[in-house]
Design a protein around this ligand. Structure first.
Ligand code: NAD
Length: 483
């Protein structure tokens, strides 16, 4: 049975699409067709932006509601998301290959974020009055930035939608969301949740489509701010369009983070196995912050290689809906070919294949599987150490102590995540402080909603999560009072 949708969620209403074009959705594990949805055309984007514009500009409308009233809607949206959570986890898992057990950890975050931002705006004063230096007082007033265009990738589609939707709604913005064509069925479940939660007309639209329609939305004259998560290449194109329009944009892009193992690290898989896996291999390697460059102290190099070899070989590979699977297929044929290409390049450039390598795992010829692969004896200048692979492929690079490890970690175009593994918290903190990155974990990693998340260098501009994530959807006005 396939799930086929025939309407688009525009301005909170199920609307007849204005083009005949459709997106076919596949199971990453079986390559079978599992559904289809309309592909939004330019006229549909126009309708979504017009609805968002009207809802934002309307006197007494969403943007002018008391924050607590918007927060109530967000709380209801959280409940409605939770009501559909298991269906959403399954839809995501089928489409992008995320193991169902991992989906229950990664895609549970949207309702957490809806409630978190509801709580933040209930507490946040919209005005702050400061004693002036040249005027009597300066009133600093926060207001919503306007109509938001949110462009979302396929790897953790719901959470990466919610990192934009939750603060945007809390701030009083209206939003047009463009999911990736690979993951659209879950987007329909989110639309149903928004409708059931009573999000007012015009405030949320969800318009599935590819890059071209994304580019059209980004440059649309009715949009005030763009929030993009995706590849660095895509981010550069979006940044260029926004530069020309002087349109605020936040960019959450790619990564090639370092997992820095110090010589006093606990590598016992019975204690740190789960944390090591979550921070290097989660979601089949298709997570932007994973520490895929393992920096190993030279005097424990072989032990580190053996540890990661055990970690990989003990992770069951298979159909993403199988409860025991820890590594599923790649999200698409393109993505499978890309990751396989990097495995070939690594091998051709002389890295030692410890586990995995070319080809597909035994018995998994159907579905977009690659062999989870561990490369050893890799130099940080190798292609597989420099470019984001976005698959279950790890490289182990030797280091000669903390300072050298920091130097190698920082010798990268990217700076998004990273980890430090050590039994000495002060030493780990000192190393973490010296790494050029937006986020880093000590003996584990998980982007915590209370802390700003984002990248430096080619990993992006701006921050999501935390109060900083809300500030990205607010603008400030200073009112100088003289008498
Ligand atoms: P992608 O850049 O190909 O596509 C991401 C989204 O942007 C899709 O919806 C796509 O249709 C759209 N898009 C692409 N080019 C566009 C353009 N010029 N104008 C408007 N829209 C455009 O990325 P992907 O392959 O879908 O996702 C994987 C990438 O996302 C990886 O590089 C990964 O590291 C990155 N990512 C980053 C974060 C983060 O928070 N930093 C999180 C997840 C994924």
């Amino acid at each position: 049975m396939t799930t086929d949708h025939h309407s688009l969620f525009i301005g909170g209403t199920w609307t007849e699409p204005q083009s005949d074009s459709r997106i076919t959705v596949y199971s990453a594990s079986t390559e079978a067709v599992i559904g289809s949805v309309p592909e939004a055309g330019k006229a549909d984007i126009d309708a979504a932006v017009t609805a968002a514009r009207r809802a934002f500009d309307e006197a007494g409308g969403w943007a002018e509601w008391e924050p607590a009233r918007r927060a109530d809607v967000l709380d209801r949206l959280a409940d409605e998301y939770d009501n559909r959570a298991e269906d959403i986890f399954r839809a995501v898992s089928q489409q992008n290959g995320m193991p169902i057990a991992i989906a229950r950890q990664l895609e549970v975050l949207p309702s957490v974020l809806f409630r978190y931002y509801a709580g933040l705006v209930r507490k946040q004063p919209l005005e702050e009055v400061r004693d002036g230096m040249l005027s009597k007082t300066v009133t600093v007033r926060r207001s919503p930035v306007g109509v938001v265009a949110a462009i979302v990738p396929w790897n953790v589609p719901q959470t990466l939608t919610a990192t934009k939707l939750a603060p945007a709604l809390a701030a009083g913005c209206t939003i047009v969301i463009k999911p990736s064509p690979e993951t659209v069925l879950d987007a329909y479940l989110l639309a149903e949740a928004a409708q059931a939660a009573g999000v007012p007309p015009g405030v949320v639209s969800i318009v599935p489509g590819g890059r071209d329609i994304g580019a059209y939305l980004v440059s649309h004259p009715g949009v005030d701010k763009v929030a993009f998560t995706g590849s660095t290449t895509g981010g550069r194109a979006v940044a260029k369009a926004c530069a020309e329009l002087l349109r605020p944009v936040s960019l959450e892009l790619g990564g090639k983070s370092a997992a820095i193992i110090l010589d006093d690290a606990d590598l016992d898989l019975s204690t740190v196995g789960q944390s090591l896996f979550a921070s290097t291999l989660a979601n089949n390697g298709q997570v932007c912050f994973l520490g895929t460059r393992i920096l190993a102290p030279r005097n424990r190099y072989n032990e580190v290689v053996d540890t990661f070899a055990d970690l990989i070989t003990s992770a069951p590979v298979g159909d993403s809906l199988d409860e025991s699977t820890l590594i599923g297929p790649m999200a698409s044929k393109n993505q499978r070919d890309r990751v396989s290409g990097y495995i070939d390049v690594g091998t051709a450039q002389g890295a030692r294949v410890v586990v995995g390598g070319a080809g597909t795992p035994p018995g998994l010829d159907q579905g977009w599987f690659v062999k989870p692969t561990l490369f050893a004896d890799v130099d940080n200048t190798a292609t597989i150490a420099r470019e984001e692979i976005f698959g279950p492929v790890l490289t182990v690079i030797a280091h000669d102590g903390d300072a050298n490890a920091i130097r190698i970690a920082n010798d990268s175009d990217y700076g998004l995540g990273g980890t430090v593994w050590s039994s000495d918290p002060e030493r780990a903190m000192a190393v973490a402080g010296a790494v050029q990155t937006g986020t880093i974990g000590l003996n584990g990693y998980a982007p915590d909603p209370v802390g700003p998340f984002g990248g430096v260098k080619s990993s992006g501009i701006g921050r999501e999560f935390g109060p900083e994530g809300l500030a990205a959807y607010q603008q400030l006005k200073s009112i100088y009072q003289f008498s």
